[in-house]
Design a binder for this molecule. Structure first.
Ligand code: COA
Length: 326
């Protein structure tokens, strides 16, 4: 930690995204697995997803998204002194894929590491970057969510293979000591390891010689997701002394449209304020929030000064929220 006693606020300077080229529609999936376009769309809201081809990796997608976010921020690559990559699908067991991104962006200073909190990873990574900025350890942080879940999907399991996609998104968070109210206002994180067996990968370096495949109890996850996401929203609202109507945009982890509708109903938020991209990206785990942010900014929805609440829930279980004045 440096000795400068000034408390910095982390403000969003830029956003970026990167998607694999290959689009796989629900109809495409009906050719390889016993499912229907209607089943997938009705149960999940998903219409299509991107799937990484050979050569498209978590670090290559993450680096492209990160470069766009830096370009968008007005900073230079050499200004970045922290990279946190939220991912559960790193290129290799180690080194951290964040260091591969650091290298490919030509960044030679600061530090880089991977954050593994599955679908909540992006919110966990923002919290870590925000804390590093506040204590003076970093000035310009790249927070990236990048995933290639297609590589840990059992393509014979129709209960899971239709739900996920690949992609990456990134934001640049910078230290600001200006008097405006912009920036990260709060982070609230939670985990409860008792539910690890409802959503997990059945392999990994310490237990098996295989990377493994994603396994899920869909109904169990659904029930906890609605409860945990609703409580995360209420926690953030109450902590910041706000009313739910004060929030301009909700950017939830994009797992399933029905989960988002159930959460909206439970906490009484207007559907018009919920950013939804699950229809075209499916569930991209830690990448889903920054991909949705990027879309919302490009479409002119999220604007400077808006109050934006990010919420996520995923394997572990882990869940939480971040409130940002854009
Ligand atoms: N196509 C057609 N039928 C399918 C299917 C598919 N892709 N996948 C499952 N089915 C079948 C099941 O086999 C079952 O058939 P049965 O009644 O003959 O046994 C039937 O559809 C209903 O399955 P069920 O699992 O009860 O459906 P559901 O309404 O719970 O929906 C999910 C399944 C996965 C869409 C839903 O549970 C869900 O979204 N869960 C949350 C998942 C999630 O968000 N995970 C990530 C969190 S980060």
């Amino acid at each position: 930690m440096n000795n400068d006693s000034k408390i910095f606020r982390s403000i969003v300077k830029g956003v970026g995204a990167s998607l694999p080229k290959k689009i796989v529609t629900n109809k495409d999936l009906t050719m390889t697995v016993d499912t229907s376009e209607e089943w997938i769309e009705e149960r999940t809201g998903i219409k299509e997803r991107r799937i990484a081809s050979e050569g498209e990796t978590t670090s290559s997608l993450g680096a492209e998204a990160a470069q766009k976010a830096i370009n968008n921020s007005g900073l230079e690559n050499s200004d970045i002194d922290l990279i946190i990559l939220a991912t559960s699908t790193p290129d290799n067991t180690f080194p951290a894929s964040a260091t591969a991104i650091q290298s490919s962006l030509g960044i030679r200073k600061g530090y880089a590491y991977d954050m593994q909190a599955v679908c909540s990873g992006f919110v966990f990574a923002i919290e870590a970057a925000d804390n590093a900025i506040k204590v003076g350890n970093a000035k310009n942080a790249l927070v990236i969510g990048s995933e290639t879940f297609s590589r840990i999907i059992d393509w014979d399991d129709r209960g899971t293979c239709v739900l996920f996609g690949d992609g990456a998104g990134a934001i640049v968070l910078s230290a600001s000591d200006d008097a405006s109210n912009r920036g990260v206002l709060s982070n609230h994180l939670h985990s409860d390891g008792r539910y690890g067996d409802l959503l997990y990968v059945d392999g990994g370096p310490s237990t098996s010689s295989q990377v493994g495949f994603l396994r899920m109890d869909g109904k169990g996850v659904f029930k906890h997701a609605v409860h945990n996401l609703s409580s995360a929203i209420i926690e953030a609202i109450e902590y910041n002394n706000l009313n739910i109507n004060d929030i301009d945009w909700f950017v939830p982890h994009q797992a399933n449209k029905r989960i988002l509708e159930a959460v909206s109903k439970k906490v009484g938020l207007s559907k018009d304020k919920v950013i939804i991209t699950v229809d075209k990206h499916a569930n991209t785990s830690a990448a889903s929030i920054p991909l949705a942010i990027n879309d919302a900014v490009e479409e002119g929805k999220i604007k400077p000064g808006d109050l934006v609440l990010l919420e996520a829930m995923g394997g572990g279980f882990s869940w939480g929220s971040t409130l940002i004045r854009w």
